[in-house]
Design a protein around this ligand. Structure first.
Ligand SMILES: NC(=O)c1ccc[n+]([C@@H]2O[C@H](COP(=O)([O-])OP(=O)(O)OC[C@H]3O[C@@H](n4cnc5c(N)ncnc54)[C@H](OP(=O)(O)O)[C@@H]3O)[C@@H](O)[C@H]2O)c1
Length: 317
């Protein structure tokens, strides 16, 4: 007798903005083991446009829908914390866009609430599910680079539209929250033994409301080590990653270290190149989180990494 098929996880989505419309809505539709069951948006037409079985003109209706098992939160950053707490209180697993919350204290609070409720809570730092990034982490942890001594990473672009929440302090705006967290997540993935880093220098350009348009920081985790990270929305487009160890180095040269989407990629390891097929890392993320909800194996971004990044962001802002 063959085993009964595993039912798809019914996902609810909060928000139907740019990311849901251009990438993550389609990723859920294409994910084996997941179903885009319900979407809530302030404008129901945008919720309907995601192709969900149910569309609502508010977020609470998604959380209250008894069919929804897991909620993907894709709202402006300040809204993440209250909606994570609402979802957990309602017994739903949560995958929340980056930055999951705005402070380390808030991250500790929501992880404690999810653990107490026996629910998954995962930060949707999609770049960490990309096979090239998984390989970068694997190479670093294999010791083949020796001790990591230098790390350089940038994520910048030029042009946030006026009025976008990214420019507003009330909505958790700022380049560090928006793009600077990518270099930080990759850095901590390479440094499993490092709990905190020390800020040596930070250089920030802010708008007239105090939101950082650029954050550049020099960090150390002791001894002669040095990391340089940049997040900006007023600099030329750049996504670089170079990791140097005592025994070797690796680097990404395609200027898409963190947001490579449905394109083949390469990784330079010393003097040779490893290649990776075209991937939708959002889809990989939904597949693996859905599998874990069903009790199967699947990689999840560790809570500790979200905590270490939030702690560093606290020290930089
Ligand atoms: N992983 C990635 O590659 C990636 C890429 C881009 C963004 N993100 C993250 O995804 C989230 C959404 O980003 P996005 O680019 O999709 O942004 P966006 O197009 O500006 O959408 C913002 C979302 O926030 C909601 N929202 C609720 N109240 C709002 C308010 N007062 N002002 C503005 N928006 C409000 C909107 O919901 P309604 O639909 O109900 O109007 C909208 O869906 C952010 O946390 C961002 O950091 C991740």
């Amino acid at each position: 007798m063959s085993a009964a098929p595993v039912p798809e996880v019914k996902w609810g989505v909060l928000g139907a903005g740019w990311l849901v419309q251009t990438a993550t809505g389609a990723a859920i539709h294409s994910t084996a083991g997941a179903q885009l069951y319900a979407t809530g948006a302030r404008d129901i037409a945008r919720a309907e446009a995601t192709g969900a079985s149910r569309a609502y003109d508010n977020y609470q209706a998604v959380v209250d829908d008894p069919e929804v098992e897991a909620v993907y939160i894709c709202l402006s950053n300040e809204a993440h914390l209250p909606w994570i707490r609402t979802c957990i209180a309602a017994g739903k697993h949560v995958l929340c866009e980056k930055p999951m919350v705005l402070t380390e204290a808030a991250a500790a609070l929501v992880f404690a609430e999810a653990n107490a409720a026996g629910l998954l809570l995962v930060e949707a730092m999609w770049s960490r599910w990309h096979p090239r990034m998984r390989r970068i982490v694997e190479l670093a942890s294999s010791g083949s680079l020796g001790e990591i001594t230098n790390y350089l990473a940038t994520f910048s672009f030029d042009g946030v539209a006026p009025g976008n929440y990214r420019l507003s302090p009330d909505h958790g705006g700022g380049a560090l929250y928006d793009v600077g967290v990518y270099p930080l997540h990759a850095m901590f993935a390479l440094l499993p033994g490092v709990e905190s880093v020390t800020v040596l220098e930070v250089d920030q350009k802010r708008n007239d409301q105090g939101v950082d348009l650029t954050t550049m920081a020099e960090l150390t985790w002791g001894g002669a080590t040095r990391a340089s990270i940049t997040g900006s929305f007023v600099m030329p487009e750049s996504q670089l990653l170079t990791v140097i160890g005592t025994e070797g180095e690796m680097r990404v040269e395609d200027n898409a270290a963190f947001a490579s989407y449905q394109k083949p990629t390469q990784l330079w390891v010393d003097n040779h190149i490893e290649t990776f097929p075209s991937t939708d890392a959002y889809q990989v993320m939904f597949e693996e989180v859905s599998a874990r909800i069903r009790g199967a194996t699947g990689w999840l971004l560790p809570h500790r990494d979200s905590i270490r990044v939030a702690r560093t962001v606290d020290s930089l802002l």
